[in-house]
Design a protein around this ligand. Structure first.
Ligand SMILES: [Fe+2]
Length: 375
C-alpha cells in the first residue's frame, strides 16, 4: 500500500485506507474498487492523493486513531468552535461544559499517547486531508501525533506528554476568531490579512485561559507555536529558551505536517523534501537538538517506499538501519529502466550510493503480484 498522487490512480485500483469526512463519517471504505467515476468524484472533492493497494507491497496501514476516537475528537473540537462563535456573538459561555469537554479530551488523549508510543513505526500514516475537510483539526491531530513521538524520544514522561498533546489539539483554536475568507483564501495573504491572521495565537490563548482544567503548558502552545528560536516569530518575538520546550517541539511538527499536507493552493511536499526543509531551519528558526531528535524519530523512508538510486537502480525500501534513517537496505528490482532479478543492497555498506528520490511506480512493468517477486 502506498500514497500516490490522484492522477496515478486507475480504474481497478483498490483503495488502501478508509476515507472519512470531517465529521468522522465514512466516505469510502477501505478495499473499495476504484472506478473512473469514483476517482473523478474524489478529485472534485479536493483529494490530491490517496492510499492504494498495489502489487509492490502488501503492507497494511494501521490506524492509530480509531474511528470512534476520531468522531469524538471532531465533536469536541466542533463544540469548542461553537462556544467560541457564541462568545464572539456576546453570549455567555457555559464554563462547566467547556471544562467537561477538556476532561473528555484528557481521556482520549491518554489513549492516543499510549497507542502512538506503541506504534511509532506506523506514524507516517498521518491523516489524508481533503480541501473540504476541517483542515485545522485534521492538521492538529497529525501535529499532535508527531509531537508525542518527539517528546517521548526526548525523555518526557506520560504526564508531560499528555499536556503537550492537548495543547496541540487546541493550538489553532484561535483561528475560529479570524474571518473564514482569510482562513480559506486560496493564495498568499496580503500584509494586512497576514497581520490579522497572526492574531489567532493570542486570541486562542486568551480564550483557553478561561478554563482552569486546561494546564497552562497546554494553553501556552496556542500562544507560542509561531515563535521561532531566532526571535523572528510571533506574537512576542521570543528566542530559544524563552520559548517553552513544548511550543518549540509543536512548532516543528506544525510546519512539518503543513508541508506534507495537500492544500487548496499547493500540493504536498514529499516527506523527504519536508524533512530537508526542517533540517535547513536547524540553528535558525528551530533548535538543532530538537531537530536531531525529530529526524532520528521520523522514519523518512518507510518500509516499502519505492525509490530511485543515484546510479539509476530502482527498488523498494526493504529494511531500515536503526539510527540511520537515510541509509536503509533497498531491494532492487530494476537497473537503468530494465527489470532484473530482485536483490538487496545495503546503503550502509555502499557509501557512494544515495537515494536520489522517491517514485510512485517503477519505470518498467511488473506483471506479477508482489507474492511472486518477494524472496
Ligand atoms: Fe497557528
Amino acid at each position: 500500500m502506498r500514497r500516490i498522487p490522484i492522477e496515478y490512480a486507475r480504474e481497478g485500483d483498490i483503495l488502501g485506507q478508509t476515507l472519512y469526512n470531517s465529521y468522522g463519517g465514512m466516505l469510502l471504505r477501505k478495499e473499495t474498487l476504484l472506478t473512473d467515476s469514483i476517482i473523478s468524484k474524489l478529485k472534485r472533492q479536493g483529494y490530491y492523493s490517496l492510499y492504494i493497494k498495489d502489487k509492490y507491497t502488501d503492507k497494511e496501514i494501521e490506524e492509530i486513531i480509531k474511528p470512534q476516537m476520531r468522531l469524538r475528537i471532531h465533536q469536541l473540537h466542533e463544540e469548542m468552535q461553537g462556544i467560541i462563535r457564541e462568545f464572539n456573538d456576546g453570549k455567555k459561555v457555559n464554563i462547566n461544559s467547556v471544562n467537561k469537554n477538556i476532561m473528555d479530551l484528557n481521556e482520549i488523549v491518554e489513549e492516543i499517547v499510549n497507542e502512538t508510543i506503541l506504534n511509532k513505526d506506523v506514524l507516517l500514516n498521518l491523516e489524508n486531508i481533503s480541501i473540504y475537510d476541517d483542515y485545522t483539526l485534521t492538521h492538529s491531530i497529525n501535529m499532535m501525533l508527531l509531537s508525542i513521538v518527539i517528546a517521548c524520544d526526548s525523555g518526557f514522561n506520560m504526564y508531560q506528554i499528555k499536556k503537550l498533546a492537548i495543547g496541540c489539539i487546541f493550538h489553532d483554536i484561535g483561528k475560529t476568531f479570524i474571518p473564514i475568507e482569510i482562513i480559506n483564501k486560496p493564495g498568499s495573504l496580503t500584509n494586512e490579512e497576514f497581520e490579522f491572521m497572526k492574531l489567532h495565537s493570542e486570541k486562542g490563548y486568551e480564550f483557553l485561559s478561561n478554563y482552569t482544567d486546561l494546564h497552562a503548558v497546554s494553553r501556552n502552545i496556542a500562544l507560542s507555536h509561531h515563535e521561532r528560536d531566532d526571535g523572528l516569530g510571533y506574537p512576542r518575538g521570543l528566542k530559544k529558551d524563552e520559548i517553552h520546550i513544548f511550543s518549540r517541539i509543536a512548532a516543528i511538527c506544525d510546519v512539518f505536517d503543513a508541508l506534507t499536507s495537500d492544500r487548496p493552493y499547493r500540493r504536498a511536499l514529499s516527506v523527504q523534501e519536508s524533512m530537508e526543509y526542517i533540517l535547513a531551519c536547524g540553528g535558525g528558526q528551530f533548535s538543532i537538538e530538537i531537530i536531531r531528535t525529530f529526524s532520528n524519530s521520523i522514519n523518512i523512508y518507510a518500509k516499502d517506499t519505492l525509490v530511485m538510486l543515484n546510479d539509476g537502480r530502482e527498488g523498494l525500501v526493504y529494511e531500515t538501519n536503526v539510527g540511520f534513517n537515510t541509509r536503509p537496505k533497498i531491494k532492487i528490482y530494476g537497473e537503468n529502466g530494465r527489470k532484473v532479478n530482485p536483490y538487496v543492497v545495503d546503503l550502509m555498506e555502499n557509501n557512494n550510493l544515495i537515494i536520489e528520490r522517491t517514485i510512485h511506480k517503477f519505470s518498467f512493468d511488473i506483471d506479477h503480484s508482489y507474492e511472486d517477486i518477494r524472496f
